[in-house]
Design a protein around this ligand. Structure first.
Ligand code: PGA
Length: 252
């Protein structure tokens, strides 16, 4: 319990969390450069991390941060969308972060959503290898699904799951529906696994709003279990949960 209390940070809003996190990212990048290495970030899509990306872009624009050597691995991508599809996470990341920061394609990685089923397993294994080849993820940013998912590790995902194709849960498809016509809401995605996420050296999960409270309460209350994949983060040695009062509820 004391470790959980220690790792929970109450913030007033997403912008406060973003300032704290980008401070940490800047410090970590400087440390890595001192070691002759590039910072490797694990990135997420969705509404939750937008303030972090805005903070990164504005600090770089103001000349207060250099991200020119950063390497990035995204958590997930919908199956059935090409990287050029405006609804893909690949395009979302380009618009929000990669293009504004002028990160070249060679240093950004997102699972390929447009592969046929027979090519997916190999691609997922190569994705895991690319993370290892980059030296592993230094800091993984996460949102929290209303159903407790991290990445697209839906309830039922195991502690030792790896990058793979998954079926999307009904809640997740409902949340995705705004971007798609009803017939086109994706049914599957590629996602880093729980074990992949737990290998990141630091994990920072963000959760804002009362709609995240049940999943966050379950996560922080433990025990770690597949009914709430985010709860496996309790087994990570360097995890912090940033949340506002609405999401934290009785934990705040
Ligand atoms: P959100 O999604 O950031 O859009 O709330 C989080 C998630 O489902 O992982």
């Amino acid at each position: 319990m004391s470790r959980q209390t220690h790792s929970v940070r109450l913030v007033s809003d997403a912008r406060e969390a973003a300032r704290i996190l980008v401070d940490e990212i800047a410090e970590l990048a400087a440390k890595r450069r001192g070691q002759g290495r590039s910072l490797v970030l694990g990135l997420a899509t969705g509404g939750t991390p937008i303030a972090v990306y805005e903070e990164l872009v504005s600090r770089v624009a103001a000349g207060r941060l250099d991200t020119s050597d950063f390497v990035a691995f995204n958590l997930d991508e919908y199956c059935g969308l090409t990287t050029a599809d405006p609804r893909s996470f690949a395009q979302w990341m380009r618009a929000r972060l990669f293009d504004p920061l002028a990160w070249p394609a060679g240093r950004t990685h997102i699972p390929a959503g447009d592969l046929g089923p027979s090519a997916r397993a190999r691609h997922c294994a190569e994705y895991e290898q690319a993370i290892r080849d980059a030296g592993g993820i230094d800091l993984q940013l996460l949102g929290l699904g209303r159903n407790g998912h991290i990445g697209f590790n839906e309830p039922g995902s195991s502690r030792d799951s790896r990058t793979r194709a998954v079926d999307l849960a009904p809640d997740t498809r409902t949340d995705a529906a705004a971007q798609f016509s009803p017939r086109e809401v994706p049914t599957q995605a590629l996602t880093m696994g729980v074990a992949t996420i737990l290998e990141a050296r630091r994990v920072r999960l963000l959760a804002f709003g009362a709609h995240k409270r049940p999943a966050l309460t379950r996560t922080l209350g433990g025990p770690a279990g597949p009914d709430c994949p985010a709860s496996f983060l309790l087994e990570h040695g360097d995890v912090q949960f940033f949340a506002d009062r609405d999401a934290l509820g009785s934990y705040s």
